[in-house]
Write a protein that binds this ligand. Sequence first.
Ligand code: PLP
Length: 310
Amino acid sequence: MDNSTLIYFLNQYNDNSIYIKRDDLIPFSFGGNKARKAKLFFEEIEKNKNDYVVTYGTSSSNHCRIVANIAASMKIPCIVISPEENKKVTFNSQMIQLFGAKIIYTKISEVSDTIDKTIKSLEKKGYKPYFIQGGGHGNLGTQAYINAYEEIKHYEQKNETFFDYIFFASGTGTTQAGLICGKLLNCGDETIVGISIARKAEYGRKIILNSIEDYFNEKKLEISKNDISESTIFIDQYIENGYGNKGEQIYKTIKNVLINYGVPLDTTYTGKAFYGMQQYIDKNKIINKNILFIHTGGTPLFFNDIGEML
Ligand SMILES: *Cc1c(COP(=O)(O)O)cnc(C)c1O
């Protein structure tokens, strides 16, 4: 698997060996999990010969930046539907602009209406639009992280290093659904822990369970509900005050990881997840384990934050 992203040893933490998988280094548009997912969506777009892309996300969305970039590179026009409540200028929103995507602002309460109307109006004009859900949610997004899971298994075999835990930032839960599907399909025995960056456990976990079931239904695979449920650990103790909100501890974690290991984390996703991972290790008194942290990207967000870290 030549396209596997890099995995390497990062540091010792409470006598655990922490490894990192650098999905932020996927070589397109600053990488990240949205790049891994978008690649599969655009393969389908090419296959279906769609001539318009419509997606959804906020002005800080990594997903929209990558979708707008790939669309521009393929000369396919792109519309980004975005909540007007969250209109601040970020490096991602500036890039979306640079890629020539058309941004339609709408009230959060009217998002799904606006999506429907936009798609219908494009169809009326004779286009064949393709809609990508916010964050690259859906079975193809799940597939992207089944593939990532298989890269991890490949690394383990090759290096005779086996992971006891996998941690990462969980938002829409698609990344997590993919990793769990990968584990169930490959009979993995590591513990997969999603650190929620915004959603409360009950709701966030339900969405992940639905995503996993959707995927297995589509593939006509029978996996026990009990196994799925037991494999789904979604921790909401480190969301601080919700999406994009962060405390002093997150900044401290980001500075520490950047200064000592040269790895940029951001306050919305990977910084929260890295901090949450350390807390989880402390709290559960985990020692002498091999632990993998997946860096899910968001590098432009790192640059948005840097001024506040000085
Ligand atoms: C979107 C995103 C996540 C969350 O991924 P989901 O699949 O939505 O759970 C994590 N990290 C970064 C950097 C992201 O952009």
